[in-house]
Design a protein around this ligand. Structure first.
Ligand SMILES: Cc1cc2nc3c(=O)[nH]c(=O)nc-3n(C[C@H](O)[C@H](O)[C@H](O)COP(=O)(O)OP(=O)(O)OC[C@H]3O[C@@H](n4cnc5c(N)ncnc54)[C@H](O)[C@@H]3O)c2cc1C
Ligand code: SF4
Length: 326
């Protein structure tokens, strides 16, 4: 499959990239590792007039540890993360999640920024132009209908990233650079939960850095997929628990991926966990509640009922694992 024609821009600084991006945000695409973008361009899902390469900008891939915690440049590859000794020491779960993305080639090329900003997926959208041509264009592709829900002007395409749930569970913040200024905000706010425009980035804004405060809790990541390689999650779960000296839970984050148009936090289940002990009854109650808080759609071959069932199984397994580990 050939790429469509486009103008190639190789900026030397982030400001330069951001200005070029802001000039024609709708007609431009940023490229980092290209493992998501190139496939979408070949499928004609995205046809930008200009492609702005972030890899030509130096110093965007550094990984460092300081008094405020960990800083990861948006251009750090998943392989850089998986093989970083400082991340292995401070946040081993991040190395594990990076190793679970696609296949090794995706990890070697794919960047953290690209992983967080990857396009939402839908079985009616992530297809070749020929395949999509059989049905009327859907709302996300510029048409009027949705082949998943019968409501016009709504898109429920699904966010399937592996790194985001873990980073949110670890309270990550992101630094973005726009044509005029920078801003820092919690990673969870990067996601709008609108399948047509899934990211809250403003005109010309580019992700520069991911910031992680030191963590005192325990975190795990569980990914359910059909094959052990080259597979987006059917459902995945990041879980972070902080307990007091009596093993009573003080703080919990329960974040799912692949069950909504962005990462989904089971906030009510988190509140129910506070001040409780992890016995079998609590685990059952929390899993039942968390499953009520997700609304997966038929955007893949897996039914919403199947995804709900898997989400419940993952959460029970995760809570049990964290009960057993001291
Ligand atoms: C077969 C296959 C399997 C895959 N499996 C998985 C999987 O299991 N788990 C998973 O999470 N992903 C998976 N992916 C998706 C993708 O490979 C990864 O998410 C990868 O990390 C994307 O990073 P990238 O640098 O290649 O992104 P790119 O393709 O370069 O960019 C992706 C998107 O993010 C935007 N972007 C990139 N960098 C920035 C930035 N700094 N600021 C703002 N926007 C930016 C781009 O404009 C583009 O829209 C898979 C892809 C394929 C093709
Ligand atoms: S959910 Fe509907 S509008 Fe969104 S990509 Fe799928 S078919 Fe298109």
């Amino acid at each position: 499959m050939r790429l469509p024609n486009f103008e190639y821009i190789a900026p030397k600084t982030l400001k330069e990239a951001s200005k070029a991006f802001a000039l024609d945000a709708k007609g431009s695409a940023l490229i980092a590792g290209g493992t998501d973008l190139i496939v979408n361009m070949k499928h004609r899902v995205i046809q930008p007039k200009q492609v702005i390469n972030l890899k030509t900008i130096p110093k965007l891939a550094s990984i460092s540890w300081g008094k405020d915690g960990l800083r990861i440049g948006a251009l750090a590859t998943l392989h850089d993360i998986a093989s970083s000794s400082i991340i292995q020491e401070k946040f081993p779960v991040l190395c594990q999640a990076a190793r679970e993305v696609g296949a090794y080639a995706h990890q070697a090329m794919g960047t953290l920024g690209g992983n967080l900003c990857q396009g939402n997926r839908c079985r009616f959208y992530n297809q070749s132009a020929f395949w999509r041509g059989v049905k009327p264009l859907c709302y996300k592709a510029g048409g009027e209908v949705c082949h998943v829900v019968r409501k016009p002007k709504e898109c429920h395409s699904t966010y399937c990233g592996d790194m985001t749930p873990v980073l949110i569970a670890l309270e990550a913040q992101v630094k973005v650079v726009g044509p005029e200024k920078e801003r820092i905000f919690p990673l969870i706010k990067l996601y709008t939960q609108d399948g047509k425009k899934p990211l809250s980035l403003r005109k010309g804004e580019i992700l520069k850095e991911i910031l992680l405060p030191p963590s005192s809790g325990k975190t795990l990541y569980l990914k359910w997929r059909r094959r052990d390689s080259i597979e987006f999650p059917i459902v995945s779960l990041a879980l972070n628990l902080e307990k007091d000296e009596n093993e009573r839970i003080q703080k919990a984050r329960i974040i799912f991926s692949a069950v909504g148009s962005g990462p989904v936090e089971a906030s009510e289940a988190e509140k129910m966990l506070k001040n409780s002990f992890l016995d079998d009854q609590t685990i059952e109650k929390i899993s039942t509640q968390a499953v009520k808080e997700i609304s997966p759609m038929r955007t893949s071959i897996h039914s919403p009922a199947h995804k709900r069932e898997i989400a419940g199984i993952l959460l029970k397994e995760g809570l049990k694992k964290l009960t057993e580990s001291h």
